[in-house]
Design a protein around this ligand. Structure first.
Ligand code: DNO
Length: 391
């Protein structure tokens, strides 16, 4: 595997020289300063590429070239937006960047309710609490018929929470779910936006009447239109699974498990239509057997996110150590190193540890936490490869 690291551009508090020192080989990044839907010009791409190469690194993977909402819900401007997307792909291909990670999650990308969940050893991790999320849905967004999506027991806990939750906690939930986790990944809502809940509700409304089948068709349409440019420049598109892999807020999600992924790969049966194997996202769905999925999809995987989660008995989940949890990363390394070696991989979502906390890193993207995880994975990869060599 090629050891890569997600870096957020020249403004990232983690510098490329720091990354060289810890054994990173390739950079995963995007042109974060370009708004969604606009063309990535050759000049902008080359500027970032040269910056990375001057530091002695490579730029093998884009994460993400964002897919605008109107492409996902098939708005009137979708063809124009896909035209722009195609030009950006062409410019990337000409610059020699051949792997593009993207997602097709409507309105909201990854979801957590707590970005600083304290563990016994003094580190902290990311956490998803079902009841708090349901509270956000029912009491903060006030989504129509939201209560239909939860069980009686869950609703009872949500109503209990309503009796005790402080105003500051509600603000924090909003900030965590739709601002802090979304803004830095070219999301729909940025820090400083006034009334994020109103913006968010307007976006949710765009998907009224769009079910899972319709969203699948919109993905197929998008893929069919971009495949020719991908073939011409050898670009491998790799879709990122939904995080968490389930329906949320009445929105359809179409990359939740084996059946979904198989549908996507069959719908456009082209090697340029591939998968980002995000072990973290997949492992947070109780229905997913992650090593089994790796075996099934190794040959259509183009990029790997090594991360693991634990699902707690009450259904909540949290990021676990990279050596533990439902991601079974040691087993995954064994599978990928045999079935499809040399893929780029990055460790994902490190814990907050040592002095990470007050550095203002993007949530999940700490320095020491990820460095620690990278060292763990580096050791695992070396050990597995030596075993493979010895037969
Ligand atoms: C969060 C990330 C996602 C991912 C995108 C890919 O930490 O895993 O935001 O980058 O979904 O398009």
């Amino acid at each position: 595997m090629e050891k890569t690291w997600r870096w957020f551009g020249k403004k990232d508090k983690i510098s490329l020289s720091m990354l060289r020192q810890i054994g990173v080989e390739g950079i995963v990044t995007a042109l974060h300063h370009i708004p969604n839907g606009e063309i990535w010009t050759p000049e902008e791409i080359l500027d970032t590429k040269q910056y990375i190469e001057t530091a002695g690194l490579r730029w093998p993977v884009v994460e993400s070239l964002p897919v605008s909402e109107a492409i996902k819900y098939a708005g009137p401007e979708r063809d124009q937006l896909i035209d722009n997307y195609i030009i950006s792909l062409e410019n990337l291909g000409k610059a020699g960047i051949h792997t593009v990670c993207y997602n097709f999650m409507p309105v909201i990308d990854w979801i957590r309710t707590d970005l600083d969940y304290k563990l016994e050893d003094g580190t902290s991790t990311l956490f998803f609490d079902k009841i708090r999320f349901a509270y956000f849905d029912i009491f903060i967004l006030k989504r129509e018929n939201a209560t239909d999506d939860y069980t009686r027991e869950e609703l009872e806990q949500v109503y209990e929470l309503d009796k005790t939750i402080a105003e500051a906690e509600k603000e924090q939930l909003i900030d965590t779910i739709i601002v802090k986790t979304q803004g830095f990944i070219n999301g729909n809502i940025k820090e400083g936006d006034q009334n994020p809940v109103a913006i968010f509700n307007r976006l949710l409304n765009l998907y009224k009447g769009i079910d899972k089948n319709q969203l699948r068709e919109n993905l197929r349409y998008f893929l069919n239109r971009i495949m020719p440019v991908c073939e011409q420049y050898g670009i491998q598109m790799c879709i990122h699974p939904d995080d968490p892999p389930c329906q949320v807020l009445g929105l359809p999600r179409i990359v939740t498990g084996t059946e979904d992924i198989q549908w996507i790969l069959d719908a456009v049966d082209n090697p340029c239509n591939g998968l980002t194997f995000c072990a973290g996202s997949l492992s947070s769905g109780i229905h997913n057997d992650v090593p089994e999925m790796a075996r099934q999809f190794a040959n259509r995987t183009r990029f790997i996110h090594l991360r693991s989660t634990d699902i707690l008995p009450d259904g909540n989940f949290m990021e676990s150590s990279h050596l533990e949890g439902r991601g079974h990363l040691i087993e995954l390394v064994r599978i990928f190193e045999k079935e499809n070696p040399s893929l780029p991989m990055r460790v994902d979502h490190g814990q907050l540890m040592l002095d990470d906390e007050d550095k203002g890193y993007n949530p999940g993207y700490s320095f020491h936490g990820r460095m620690f995880a990278l060292a763990q994975m580096d050791g695992v990869i070396a050990a597995i490869n030596s075993l493979i060599e010895k037969g």
